[in-house]
Write a protein that binds this ligand. Structure first.
Ligand SMILES: C[S@@+](CC[C@H](N)C(=O)[O-])C[C@H]1O[C@@H](n2cnc3c(N)ncnc32)[C@H](O)[C@@H]1O
Length: 394
């Protein structure tokens, strides 16, 4: 039996704050039994499932397939346990591999040393059996292994992803302070965009920067698999990788795409370089025809009739002195919501709660996310149309 069809534990990792969205995705992709962790979600499946998850998951970072759980008190135990795996069933003897490790509360205090022990065990396995060994190093274009080690509990995984999944491949032009693609996808899910898009609602992204929010919203609305944009995943280097099966998955994903989006997606920014970058990125992502771009101040953004989402990610003043200048901007967003966005749901993603207060409207939802190490919030505002006034904060 190929290791591609053996069932095992699959850990899809993600940053803190995202497991809720990742779990919802995994359930909708057909993985009903999930185990939610602080920075990931566990399901069961085969390496073929890992291929499928790499293709479809929007909020996950890596798809790890469990090879072995071990009891390891120190580096020698680790070496011994790792060298007992049948490495030539997964790897070519003259291939290339990389090892990453995350360790805590172990006898070893350097994760690089733990990774080196795994490397040695694998290399020695091949030397003893074949007299040759695969090369190892930092590149992600070979077989990737990941060691998770806490106290005496060690788990070795095949990292089937390689370069992490947020590197979708479309953001050739990052512009300033872009949002990570997976974080953008989670914010859009938190705003119920898939359901709103299905009903013909609009997605409006003033202050679009490199276009991440608009591009992720377009990909979701057209049911575009994010993995279609990449041409390499680490599972491709494993012995037994079935390219024909992968091509069928790719064809099925292409067939599942919606040829059109019911509502409109509008992205604006006042910086010409941002609009240029966002247009390029959208074209590379294959959603250029679904997004209408305009160069303007956020207050001038066209807001079409009907239901929808207006989502902004203003700067939040990480450097001294910037905060003062941004107070007016945040107040301006509140005014823009009140005066121009009736009937929509407004969202602001920010890492600065004192600036957020300047918006001056009562929030209907607050979701916590982490942007790198900064605790951020996605603040939602119900913006009533017609006679109902937006409730001021109080
Ligand atoms: C933090 S960046 C947005 C990053 C974006 N979410 C991404 O992933 O690329 C903020 C953006 O707001 C834009 N911006 C700032 N003030 C603006 C204004 N008054 N009108 C329109 N855009 C503005 C900036 O040019 C910048 O591109």
């Amino acid at each position: 039996m190929s290791i591609f069809t053996q069932k095992g534990a699959i850990l899809v990792t993600c940053p803190k704050g995202l497991p809720e969205y990742l779990e919802a995705e995994l359930i909708s992709l057909g993985y009903k039994e999930t185990y939610v962790m602080e920075a990931g979600v566990m399901v069961r499946g085969t390496l073929e499932d890992c291929m499928y998850l790499n293709l479809w998951v929007r909020t996950g970072h890596r798809v790890l397939f469990e090879l072995k759980r071990m009891s390891a008190f120190g580096p020698d135990d680790l070496y011994h346990e790792v060298s007992r795996l049948p490495w030539d069933e997964f790897m070519e003897k003259d291939g290339y591999f990389r090892v990453d490790a995350s360790i805590r509360d172990t006898n070893v205090n350097d994760s690089r040393f733990a990774a080196l022990k795994v490397k040695d065990a694998v290399a020695d396995y091949f030397m003893q059996k074949f007299g040759v060994r695969p090369d190892s190093g930092p590149r992600t274009d070979g077989v990737c292994l990941f060691l998770h080690w806490r106290e005496r509990h060690a788990t070795l995984y095949l990292d089937t992803t390689g370069d992490p999944l947020p590197r979708r491949g479309y953001r050739k032009r990052p512009h300033s302070a872009p949002m990570q693609e997976t974080l953008a996808a989670a914010c859009i899910m938190a705003a119920d965009w898939p359901e709103i898009a299905e009903q013909g609602g609009h997605f409006i992204a003033p202050m679009c920067g490199a276009g991440t929010l608009a591009i992720e919203a377009a990909l979701m609305a057209m049911n575009g698999a994010p993995g279609l944009l990449r041409d390499h995943f680490a599972f491709m280097q494993l012995v037994g990788f079935d390219e024909a099966k992968w091509n069928v998955m790719l064809d099925d994903a292409e067939d599942a795409e919606n040829p059109e989006i019911k509502g409109r997606i509008i992205a604006t920014d006042h910086d010409p370089a941002a609009i240029e970058a966002a247009e390029d990125n959208a074209r590379i992502a294959g959603v250029g025809d679904f997004i209408e771009f305009a160069l303007c101040d956020f207050r001038e953004t066209e807001i079409p009739e009907g239901p929808g989402i207006v989502m902004l990610n203003p700067e939040y003043g990480e450097r001294l002195g910037e905060e003062k200048a941004l107070m007016e901007t945040y107040k301006g967003i509140g005014d823009f919501f009140k005066q121009s966005c009736g009937g929509k749901t407004g969202y602001i993603f920010t890492g600065n709660s004192s600036l957020a207060k300047r918006v001056g409207l009562r929030t209907k939802s607050r979701r916590i996310f982490y942007n790198a190490k900064i605790e951020c919030r996605l603040l939602g505002y119900e913006l009533y149309a017609g006679t109902k006034k937006v409730r001021p904060e109080g």
